[in-house]
Design a protein around this ligand. Structure first.
Ligand SMILES: Cc1ncc(COP(=O)(O)O)c(C=O)c1O
Ligand SMILES: N[C@@H](CCOP(=O)(O)O)C(=O)O
Length: 458
């Protein structure tokens, strides 16, 4: 399996190389040259999650890992997810199901990919003896999952940039309380898009990149996306491999893009529905063809407060039929504020995705409604998903909404909606008593570089 960059100017890599590279050297994102068809769809029902993961991921890893290495990594990764089913599917209403992706150690869907790629990184780094510096940008959940997965791993430093004052207190504490020497939480002035832009600046400075052995664990890393494909298959298997719709709370477009890969592999997915909060650039772009960056408005679903949605570049690459020059041009225009999607590409995108957005009041109302109807408390991101899914329900077609985080990560929003403050699970009970370690940094590339050079442990 060979991986190519969306911008067409970076070396073609194998899986391990693409995983260790993160962003391609031409600034693009890696994608497989072809998507493998999945054989054995009808054999998945009843299999353990780890076995489905092995079958789905194996075609992507090629010669990079032996079967035994991959199975071992998967087993260790998913042993850390508490629920027996790992990603249980629960019925919200007849025909509408919630895919619960928050039973991992940091209570968000990010654990599914991050736990696995930490295992794969460890195998690859032990083999090569290489030392790396992971830098991540987060609106809250990627950062906590990365720190949990990579803390204490030899040969790795982890720097996580989060937007100062724009993540929930639980998310912040998950990033600032681990005391491992290789973990560095950085509170950056600005919003998530600033953090992600600085991350890409670091990757695009090849001198710095090579000096520190820069690696990335955001969904710019193809290995993250691969691991997120698996639960589309387990959900489809639980519903008997009938044609179904998926509604995905969306920000950086990684999770829903994993759904398009699942569909391309053969999963019976009819519609993939992009659900956004008031930061609705994706909904607007799919409606009008104009991808224009607006102001990021803080919301009660802060992990989705994103305007520059990184993985949309991968979707565009497909929609433009693999025309890397066209993507490079669009990404240059994006630096000036936005671009117009060609009619042909827009049509191709609309064949892949439909979309909806909900405002804050609707999100709160949906948390209340689901509490009344089922007794469950939804996190605000999952509530955005459920609200948009309800706009798109069709008789006879099962709908699966991805529940991307545990309500206890966002207690203020949940309490505002239903008057009940969800408690943290026992393994996180001491979170509010631990001392925090965090460095305030300006949104400034020179300041970030010197901090990373000064703090890294190797
Ligand atoms: C809880 C939660 N829901 C949804 C999303 C959106 O996922 P994606 O960025 O893959 O679109 C995020 C952030 O990634 C998140 O943390
Ligand atoms: N919502 C995310 C934003 C980064 O997403 P990623 O999937 O690209 O890592 C977060 O919680 O940090």
């Amino acid at each position: 399996m060979r991986y190519v960059s969306t911008r067409g100017q970076a070396p073609v890599l194998n899986f391990e190389q693409a995983m260790l590279s993160g962003l391609a050297r031409d600034g693009g994102l890696y994608l497989p040259e072809t998507v493998p068809a999945f054989s054995g769809l009808d054999d998945l029902d009843g299999l353990p999650y780890a076995e489905v993961a092995f079958r789905v991921i194996r075609p992507f890893t090629g010669e990079s890992f032996t079967d035994a290495e991959l199975r071992g990594a998967i087993d260790r990764a998913y042993a850390r997810i508490e629920h027996a089913a790992k990603a249980p599917l629960v019925q919200l209403a007849p025909g509408h199901h919630l895919l619960e992706l928050f039973h991992g150690p940091t209570l968000a869907f990010k654990d599914f990919a991050m736990q696995l790629i930490a295992q794969l990184f460890e195998i690859a780094l032990k083999r090569s003896g290489q030392r790396i510096t992971i830098v991540g940008a987060t609106s809250g959940d990627t950062g906590s999952a990365a720190i949990e997965a990579f803390r204490g791993i030899d040969n790795v430093d982890v720097f996580i940039m989060f937007p100062h004052g724009r993540v929930s207190e639980v998310q912040r504490r998950q990033m600032t309380t681990p005391d491992a020497a290789n973990v560095h939480a950085l509170a950056v002035s600005g919003h998530f898009d600033d953090c992600q832009a600085r991350l890409k600046d670091l990757f695009n400075d090849h001198g710095f990149r090579d000096q520190v052995g820069l690696a990335g664990v955001n969904s710019i890393n193809w290995a993250r996306v691969v691991a997120q494909i698996v639960y589309y298959f387990t959900a489809a298997a639980s519903l008997g491999m009938r044609e179904m719709d998926f509604c995905v709370p969306t920000g950086n477009f990684g999770d829903i893009f994993a759904g398009s890969i699942a569909r391309a592999m053969g999963a019976p997915i009819r519609r993939l529905i992009v659900a956004t909060n008031q930061n609705d650039i994706l909904h607007r772009a799919l409606g009008s063809g104009e991808y224009r960056i607006g102001t990021v408005e803080p919301s009660i679903s802060p992990s989705m407060d994103i305007q520059v949605s990184s993985n949309f570049e991968r979707a565009l690459y497909w929609a433009y039929g693999g025309d890397a020059a066209a993507i490079t041009q669009l990404m240059d225009e994006l630096k000036q504020g936005g671009f117009t999607i060609s009619q042909g590409a827009l049509q191709a995108l609309r064949e892949q995705y439909v979309s909806g957005r909900v405002a804050e009041a609707e999100t709160l109302a949906m948390i209340r409604t689901i509490r009344e109807e089922t007794g469950e408390a939804l996190c605000p991101h999952s509530a955005v998903g459920v609200a948009v899914a309800r706009q798109h329900l069709e008789p006879g077609v099962p709908m699966v909404t991805l529940a991307t985080a545990h309500p206890a990560k966002f207690p203020d929003a949940v309490e505002q909606a239903i008057g009940i403050r969800p408690g943290l699970p026992p393994h996180m009970a001491g979170l509010f008593d631990l001392p925090e370690r965090v460095t305030r940094v300006e949104n400034d590339i020179a300041a970030l570089k010197s901090l990373i050079l000064e703090r890294r442990t190797h």
